[in-house]
Ligand binder design. Structure first.
Ligand SMILES: [Ca+2]
Length: 504
């Protein structure tokens, strides 16, 4: 703790000379508006070529800025991604491999920016158990929070706000911007709860999607041939694992309390519903298709409200003459399976899960309507914020500033591979722990508790349907990927700190 305080005071002393050295003066340092939703897959954004929805406000941001096509979460679940974004470090160094408590006494990018004169604020989903540190103002949802009439925790207590959570978080963000000290640049983390499970839209957006037929993804009926045990064993399957609660089925009126909850927790194999005005009993393939529709209709309706609210924030910046000197980011804490491989949720190192949407508008610096193919990872976010504030990137942050990429300059030594590690096993969905490496062309995954491996050629098989690990023709490729995996693991100081035991 003492060393952190010492470090922060040193940084304060450095700020003036360093900002001058980095060419960012107090007057030119940009405001940073970081909007992050929860579980919003890039392939549910029309700027990313979505087949399932339209997101005009996110598209507006993308057309005025840069869309990253290859931005990834290095541990694809909520709390670990948040801890990584704050610290610039992998889970094994920031101490949050699963849903455990974040040690708020460690250095974070919010603390560094606050010490450097930024006005810092955190609004919405926090999900790190401990209270936020390094923020001048914060208002967070307890745990996962709820969609309707949510509670918020603030430094001086907890209170409920009536309404829909996505609207309220945006209201709070605007209130913060209105009442900020105008002489300081701001760093605002605006974290939406939506579209996290249990996917509860407000009435307006629910109605928009209620009768919409959503196209099925090509891998919805993946038979998992050639894959190892993990995907067979996991319980995050659209057809097998969605509950009556997920599907918004109405319990019998006489059921109360625990009995009602038990009824809602059932994964139904038969559902009575109304199709084209007629009551029907759905089973088998008809029920499977219906489950996918119910899941996606609600998930997409939640996203539509996020999109509307991003539009509100962008409008507010425009009206208050803040758009020019504010860097705006839209991202999600990880991706999500939208029926891809027959799954919902995230966790696996497969593309739909690890790929984060990442859209950045930075007027005057980032060329409008550009697309970035270089690989970014969520440990890069904190170093990027440091560099934007004109601060040196601390040596123990494991990512790299994205500023050169945002300016359209790709450093010759930019990464061509990155390391992944997921720990929450069995977790909520019986998903096996694994680590792996992804390059620009291949992916190697090791489920270390069983010593089972998968290898994919992402160029020939972008849907990751053909595990080539045991293919004799791929022997050399597998050996090279293994060498790279262990090189990265060592370089990142992953010494299996949480391999077999996670913090409580
Ligand atoms: Ca999440």
């Amino acid at each position: 703790m003492q060393s952190v305080k010492h470090l922060l005071s040193l940084i304060s002393a450095w700020v003036l000379p360093l900002t001058l050295a980095f060419g960012q003066t107090a007057a030119t340092r940009p405001n940073i508006l970081f909007i992050m939703s929860d579980d919003h897959a890039a392939h549910a954004i029309s700027a990313y070529g979505s087949r399932v929805n339209q997101t005009p406000n996110l598209d507006r941001l993308a057309s005025a800025g840069m869309r990253f096509n290859n931005c990834f979460a290095v541990n694809s679940i909520c709390s670990p991604s948040r801890a990584t974004i704050l610290t610039g470090k992998y889970s094994h160094l920031n101490g949050v491999p699963t849903f455990n408590r974040f040690d708020g006494s460690q250095p974070t990018v919010a603390k560094y920016l606050q010490a450097a004169g930024y006005y810092t604020c955190m609004i919405g989903k926090w999900h790190l158990v401990s209270e936020p540190t390094g923020f001048d103002r914060w208002s967070i949802l307890p745990g996962q929070g709820v969609y309707f009439d949510p509670q918020f925790i603030e430094p001086n207590g907890q209170h409920m706000i009536r309404g829909y959570v996505t609207d309220i978080i945006t209201d709070l963000a605007i209130d913060f911007l209105k009442n900020r000290p105008k002489e300081k640049p701001f760093f605002l983390m605006c974290h939406h709860k939506a579209p996290h499970r249990s996917w509860e839209p407000d009435e307006k957006h629910r109605a928009m999607f209620a009768s919409r037929q959503i196209p099925e993804p090509p891998t919805l009926r993946d038979d998992y041939a050639t894959r190892t045990d993990a995907i067979h064993e996991c319980q995050q399957k659209v057809f097998a694992d969605l509950t009556r609660r997920d599907l918004k089925l109405e319990p019998p009126a006489d059921l109360k309390g625990a009995a009602r909850n038990a009824w809602l927790g059932v994964k139904p194999t038969e559902v009575e519903t109304t199709v084209d005005g007629k009551k029907q009993k759905l089973t088998g393939e008809a029920l499977n298709a219906w489950k996918y529709q119910r899941y996606m209709q609600d998930y997409l309706a939640c996203i539509q409200s996020v999109d509307d609210n991003v539009g509100r924030l962008l409008d507010w910046l425009d009206k208050n003459d803040l758009s020019k000197n504010t860097l705006v980011i839209y991202t999600s804490d990880q991706g999500f399976f939208l029926g891809d491989h027959g799954l919902y949720d995230k966790r696996f190192m497969y593309e739909a899960s690890v790929k984060m949407p990442f859209i950045v508008r930075w007027p005057g610096m980032t060329k409008p309507g550009t697309v970035q193919e270089a690989m970014a990872i969520n440990p890069d976010f904190a170093p990027t914020f440091m560099a934007l504030a004109g601060l040196p990137v601390p040596a123990d942050m494991q990512g790299r500033s994205l500023i050169p990429l945002l300016k359209g300059e790709r450093p010759a030594d930019w990464r061509t591979s990155w390391y992944y590690r997921y720990y929450h096993d069995p977790g909520d969905h019986n998903t096996r722990a694994h680590y792996g490496v992804r390059t620009t062309t291949h992916k190697l995954i090791c489920f270390w508790k069983k010593d089972q491996w998968e290898m994919y050629d992402l160029v020939k098989d972008p849907d990751e349907l053909h595990n080539l690990y045991h293919d004799p023709a791929q022997k050399d490729t597998v050996a090279k990927l293994k060498a790279e995996l262990y090189r990265l693991k060592k370089e990142l100081k992953d010494e299996d700190q949480f391999a077999y035991q996670q913090p409580p």
